[in-house]
Design a protein around this ligand. Sequence first.
Ligand SMILES: [Zn+2]
Length: 250
Amino acid sequence: MLEKTNGIVLRIIPFTNTSQIVTLLSETGKKMSFICKEACRPKSIFRGQYDFFYTCEFVYQYKGLRSLYFAKEVYPFDMRPFFRSNWRASHYASWICALANAVSVVETPALYRLLSESLDLLNSPSYPNVAILARFELKLLQLLGLLPNFALNCGCEIEETKQYRFHIADGALMCAEHDGKTVRFHEPSILINKSVIVLAQQLVTSLVSTAYSKETMRKLLRLLGLFINYHIDGLPISGRDTCLKEMLHT
Ligand SMILES: [Zn+2]
């Protein structure tokens, strides 16, 4: 019996000389891998039907014993065409898809919706807004139950002019006065101020139209990079660094 599902193409890898395995994040948030037999042959029914960042319908057959599905037909219905010409936007898209691929074990439709809306925002001919990427990372951490809690652990009030140390391993935020009493020299941490915390909270609760200073965004992205690299295994984090190189070093 044939079944079908809609989803976003996260990954395409060769299977044999002529076949490919396509990994999809389905609308239910489930990660599914399909064998597309003979996909690389000139007259294949799959040619042009799927590519990175497409939303497609996959018609497939499931043969019990394996974790792979056999694709029978594929229909693209959102090709997000600007990723073919805007290399920077496609670079951002690659990173968020890799991140979704690494964590999709949670299987929630919210992950699909977040990825879909983030790709739609990036799919434009203009220079991509880095806030789309920061928002994706924050909301993904929220779905995983890993969103950093930016209240001070020591119970103090956050003041406008002070710097606070955010500890990557346990996500604890400490003021200078109380932080001195805990010894954590071997653990990564980063100094942030109130504007970073406010920006993170705005991105989690609203859309990416939030205004921000470049310096504040840079700090938030550093924090998120360290935090994600520490808490999520098996990520191509160098892809993120390449993406943000210009942003982080100018
Ligand atoms: Zn304190």
